[in-house]
Design a protein around this ligand. Structure first.
Ligand code: M6R
Length: 607
């Protein structure tokens, strides 16, 4: 949520900051701003809306400044407006901030008594004034930021400059990510390494509580106790290609079509079919430790939580001595839950930066639970804080709606379940069908994309005018329905609910009339007849039903999308490709901002 960039060097700061903000815009896009300066003369440019609005402002007021900071915002305190946009300026200080300062009202009252007045509704302006009030004492920016942060309660990633100090950008983090890119005679700052691609691959991931002074010559870091810390410079591998649309109209559809490749990357070296082999390198757990696991918490938010639910349905089938609790992070945090003996906690997150998931990770670590991560973003907070885990290697996911991340999360979790079950004695004969299907899955997904794209596009054209919808399914198709509903609602703004098919008649069916359409997922298995009954009940009340199925049996529904596949267990992941394409095309038909839907941000770094 919100993106931060900064630069100090000898190049044009405005263009470096703008390029970084464009890359980070998926994190928030309510308003944006940059400040650059030279010899006490600052150029502050801010707009309501997207970063594109800044491009023209920069053209109009081009500067040669070589130091500055910038921000793209997802509003927390105060509406999206130019006034509330970052950077905020008080006195000599300009500051950009991700996160929330919880005690800002108390700080504001104190600062008002010292003569400060405020023009925005933000907590960030208060923090800016606080830094300025200390900075004015001896003009030491590094010390002023550190001292101010000792007085702050909350979460933050910040970048701060003083207009009379041409040499320093001071940055700090506590609960909100911040990365420093080390170049030759220049230093870059970003809240996400993707903003640094093309500039440097040498990075320092700041840790919670650390404050850093970034200059042209290097970086000085101190911890929360003001003790000097030797920064660790790491090399990151990031593919700039993954951040391009590759000829597609939107990142969303590009990422849907990425899936054969991204899933192959998830599986590479982990499922070795010709050797009947499954292996996961980074778990840091012995066979004995895997054998001992009796209880698993899988903790996640949004789409990652639905991926977790789906995986838990699979894992329960072959690890029958393990109880799995799939929990939404924002709920688990505030529950007084028990941790049974031999528990393991798995944190699933595409970004690795989701605040609620991180908070649960901290809680579990405090309780002494072994924690694993299933993460896409390399070097992210969750990836760094867990005891071990699985990188899904799906490649950069830019569109706010998660697609390829979801598919790889399900598969990575199932892989973990199989590795654990093997340690517990699952025979290779029982594992082999899973290996075969997982190995075939990328090709099967490619076939669905190839054969169903046009059909789903037409389907979307026919149903885009509806305002209400249900997604239903039974067994593993129930969490799939939840995911399908989320994908459609967040991209199309249609009111959509996901339901277990058997639950409709316990209340929700009261809503059904001909203003509703319903997407029903139906597998050709022992639940087929029961699912058909649920569909007939909906149709009897005027609902318009679209069935997505792998069955060739006769089905009475308004539309039937048939998926032909030799898969038996992982067919639901093929049904989900239909859901993803459907959500995409409905959003396009409605003229929505497909990659950056209203009110959302890619990475939810506030609780
Ligand atoms: O980065 P994470 O996987 O932790 O993100 C979790 C959710 O915020 C995310 O899946 C969200 O629900 C997406 N907008 C869904 O498409």
């Amino acid at each position: 949520m919100c993106g931060i960039v900064g630069y100090v060097g000898s190049k044009n700061a405005q263009s470096i900051l703008l390029e970084g903000l464009h890359r980070l815009e998926y994190r928030g896009y309510d308003s944006a701003g940059i400040v650059t300066f030279q010899d006490g003369d600052a150029c502050l440019l801010r707009v309501k809306g997207k970063v594109a609005g800044l491009d023209s402002l920069v053209n109009d007021s081009h500067r040669d400044d070589s130091i500055g900071i910038g921000h793209t915002r997802w509003a927390t305190h105060g509406e999206p407006s130019e006034r509330n946009a970052h950077p905020h300026n008080v006195g000599d200080i300009f500051l950009v901030h991700n996160g929330i300062i919880e005690n800002y009202k108390d700080l504001k009252s104190v600062l008002e008594t010292r003569g400060y007045s405020f023009v925005s509704e933000t907590d960030t302006e208060v923090l800016t004034a606080l830094v300025d009030s200390i900075y004015q004492q001896d003009k030491n920016l590094f010390a002023a930021v550190s001292e101010a942060l000792h007085m702050v309660v909350g979460a933050y990633g910040i970048a701060v400059v003083a207009k009379d100090n041409m040499d320093e950008v001071v940055v700090a983090r506590s609960g909100s990510p911040l990365v420093i890119g080390v170049g030759e005679d220049e230093t870059f700052i970003a809240s996400d390494p993707s903003a640094l691609v093309g500039n440097t691959d040498q990075v320092i991931f700041l840790k919670d509580g650390e404050v850093a002074k970034c200059t042209r010559d290097g970086v000085t870091v101190k911890d929360s106790a003001d003790q000097a810390v030797e920064p660790i410079v790491e090399t990151i591998e990031m593919d700039i290609q993954a951040m391009q649309k590759k000829g597609f109209d939107h990142f969303l559809v590009k990422e849907i079509f990425d899936q054969p490749e991204s899933l192959s990357a998830t599986l590479a070296g982990r499922v070795v079919k010709d050797q009947d082999l499954l292996r996961l390198g980074g778990l840091n757990m012995s066979e004995e430790e895997l054998r001992a696991v009796k209880h698993i918490f899988i903790v996640a938010c949004g789409t990652a939580s639905y991926a977790s639910m789906i995986a838990s349905y699979y894992i329960e089938r072959f690890a029958d001595d393990v109880v799995i609790d799939t929990v939404v992070a924002s709920e688990l945090r505030y529950r007084s839950f028990n941790v049974p003996e031999n528990s393991l906690a798995i944190f699933v997150s595409q970004s690795g930066e989701t605040a609620d998931t991180i908070a649960c990770l901290k809680e579990m670590k405090q309780r002494g639970v072994r924690c694993l991560g299933v993460v896409n973003a390399v070097g992210s907070t969750i990836a760094r804080e867990v005891d071990g885990g699985i990188y899904i290697h799906a490649g950069a996911e830019i569109s706010v709606a998660s697609t390829k991340g979801f598919t790889s999360q399900v598969v990575a979790l199932v892989l973990f379940g199989l590795v654990m079950a093997q340690a517990k004695g699952m025979s290779i004969e029982d594992v082999r069908p899973y290996i075969d299907e997982l190995d075939a899955l990328p090709e099967e997904i490619a076939a669905v994309l190839d054969t169903k794209n046009e059909e789903v596009k037409q389907l979307a054209a026919d149903y885009s005018h509806y305002e209400h919808a249900f997604y239903i399914g039974r067994d593993v198709l129930y969490p799939l329905a939840l995911e399908g509903a989320l994908k459609l609602k967040e991209t199309s703004y249609i009111h959509v609910e996901g339901q277990p098919a058997g639950e409709l008649k316990h209340g929700s069916i009261a809503l059904i009339d001909d203003r509703f359409f319903e997407v029903a997922f139906v597998m050709d298995n022992e639940l087929f007849e029961k699912s058909m009954s649920n569909i007939i009940e909906v149709q009897a009340r005027g609902g318009h039903v679209i069935v997505v199925t792998n069955s060739s049996r006769e089905i009475e529904a308004e539309r039937v999308v048939r998926i032909e596949s030799r898969l038996k267990m992982f067919t639901p992941l093929l049904f989900n490709i239909v859901s993803q394409l459907f959500a995409y095309y409905v959003a396009v038909n409605k003229g929505n901002d497909v990659d950056q839907p209203r009110n959302l941000a890619k990475s939810v770094t506030v609780e």
